[in-house]
Write a protein that binds this ligand. Sequence first.
Ligand code: PMP
Length: 408
Amino acid sequence: MPSQGHTFDPWYSSYATRTLGLTVSEVRALFAVASRPEVVSLAGGSPFVEALPEDLIRQAFERMMRDHGPEALQYGGGQGIPQLREKILELVAIEGITDVSPDDIVTTTGSQHALDLVTKLFINPGDVVLAESPSYVGALGTFKSYEADIVHLEMDDEGLDPRALEQSIRELRAAGKTIKFLYTIPNFNNPTGVTMSAERRREILEICVRERVLVLEDNPYGLLYFDKPAPDAIRSMDADNVIYLGSFSKILSPGVRVGFVIAPHAVREKLILAVESSILSPSTFNQWLVTEYLNQADWRAQIDTYRGIYAERRDTMLAALSEHLPQLSWTVPNGGFFTWVSLPESLDSKQMLPRATKELVAYTPGTGFYADGRGHQELRLSFCLPTPDRIKLGVRRLANVINDEMEL
Ligand code: PMP
């Protein structure tokens, strides 16, 4: 038993063993430093909500209170309000999901909540979750908090490698492991920005169906494409083997904390029970606000506005990288918030961070996106929040740090 915990926390020995997986995320620890105004933060993943006209929210709020006040202020059901679930059908149809009814949907408090619920439903300590390498730090944290064994699968510029998936399933089963699901972010992956090709989606799904491995498809960025839309969702090809997570955080606002799950029928029933046991019901107030926003605002045009802004920022960031760090390589995202930069072997993104923040630029070290200790030669840059001028300044500062470190 580590003694330090005893010193600071009198309840240390009482916590459940699963809390050992609850560690401070590197991203969260970074927020304190990166939020100082003089620091150019290329670290977080916060959307540029300043691009959302306040009037659109005010009007939605007023209509909600005028037409649905008592319901919006009251408890609701564990599955979420039917009016919002009905509107979600329009959203998911854009990504090819057309075989759903409102009854197939469960609304949640953001998709992070959905990740927690799904993990709670499926994971016993030691069960395997397959994930891309690298993968979303928040999901890895959730999987760890339920004591999952996270196994990363190799990916390339078309996404997850189907051969690596097949081989891992074979090896893990031969070693007596229980594989519960494959967690994937097929569109504009967090952290790499990479998108899984249509062909790969078919292959991956086919393997998972054959091997009876559930697919947990996490898609908060799918509608935020730049040059061309992403291929249809994996869920559009299969209703029985895929749990699909969606969110309003990136296309509207993360402050409203509204997300949703589309799940096979039996899983959906379990999910509703899990919602009820954790929070009784997702916020009716926020669900009504989102519903009224979708009812009256031109939400498609608002998504286009976001896309235009992020595309310009992506272009600015990639141009600045080409100008100041031509010796490095990075991914070219066709949507979303992030690019993933590979460093030379002599550099360590985690060790370099204090130096970078001293030079007034922050990024996210690659290490948080792996559960197996990798990521020291990689880092994530986000272009969602800073203005183009700040992006240029941030990359210039980062280049100074990297170039200096390389000379040492
Ligand atoms: N999944 C991914 C891949 C994400 O990047 C995020 C947010 N950064 C989430 C889930 C959680 O989003 P929210 O809870 O705001 O819907």
